[in-house]
Design a protein around this ligand. Sequence first.
Ligand SMILES: [Zn+2]
Length: 475
Amino acid sequence: MNASASDLRFFNTLTRRKEKFTPLEPGKVRMYTCGPTVYDYAHIGNFRAFLFEDLLKRWLEYRGFTVTHVMNITDIDDKTIKGSQKQNIPLAQYTEHYTQAFFEDIKTLNVKPATHYPKATDHIPQMTSLIQTLLNKGYAYKSQDGSTYYAINKFKNYGKLSKTKPQALKTGARVKQDEYTKEEAQDFALWKAHTPEDGNVFWNTPLGKGRPGWHIECSAMSMHYLGETFDIHCGGIDNIFPHHENEIAQSEAATGKRFVRYWLHNEHLLVEGKKMAKKTGNYYTLRDLLKRGHDPIAIRYLLQSTHYRAQFNFTLEALDAAHMAVERLRNFARRLQDADGAGSEGKIAQLLRAVREAFGDAMDDDLNVSIALGALFDFVREVNTLLDAGMVAKGEAEGVSAFIGGLDGVLGVIGEVEAEKTLPLGAEALIRERGEARKAGDWARADALRLRLRAMGVVVEDTAEGVRWRLVRKA
Ligand SMILES: [Zn+2]
């Protein structure tokens, strides 16, 4: 597919409009996505954002663009310091644990790696030099305690992304913590002078002994890897203010250039209809769901199957439906391998043309994945009908396989399908044993056996018709 001929449109948060996407450099896309703050295991709300960004990148690549993708690792901020102190371990040791967990999780979810994963603590010089530029240009000032603040009234476009009205800003008031609400818009900390609460977390720099604010981290790292102006910046809608608003203020004041051309933000995730929170008991990390035996690829499918700008309600029922949708695609891919029918008299070619167009049009239209998937499943149903009737010739099936394989480069849910469907050695005995344990009411034993089977790549489910099993990737 020719990138220059693309008809991609994205909803730009900056203009609140869908805009035709044209990258700065033809055929190349430079994109920055706010990465994890490594103070805990990432939850499914985080992964909704990361999977939306993965889908976006994969679609850009499908359309022929070469994507340079930078995702930062926030390993120094208010939350990481607090967490490491609670556990009484050095900050680097604390964040390393959650950084590795993050990389394991995205691998499990089949997320394509970014080009660069810069850590904030490796880029302190870039941050202090950016702050120095802001000081030199009069956009920043030092406060009594030695911290450096951004003077929001000096930047006339402050508020343009979040549509915060400048007159509502309490100028002169200062906020030192990284997170605050729109109503509290005020001068924010670029460099935080060391305090006893920070313990032994500090850097000695020309700005004094201290540490960076969260917002300057992303400005410094994005421009370091992608240049002063780049194409796409993503994040969750809760990042619009203050994080991304402040990134714009810092970067554009320093360079005098436009910072980002397209801002894309994904909506919130709800769980069982409510805001996800530890105290309401509807909080899931990826690891929580895997422990319950759910297939990570079904989780991937579910989290990316709703349009990114729509609120998404995660339920365990929907996750079961996602399991089935993924299985339907995998079974379809398997069936195509065995097809050797009479031929469809052009019907397959016609269906292929139609689905290619419908899927492409929907995805080009601001990544409308739910419409695209609808078109894909219509196609699967119609080809299945032809397969049932023995009307799909080997060559036609190969054409369909190639098309499905191409789409799976975008969806990332089918993978290699094995033609054989036999249980690994010893699994059958374990399934039987588990059934007996259940009959005897020994749930702990039954659960332990289920986990052992899962590790072998076998998922067992108890249905009204009895025990069913299916093969998944090994855990
Ligand atoms: Zn960020």
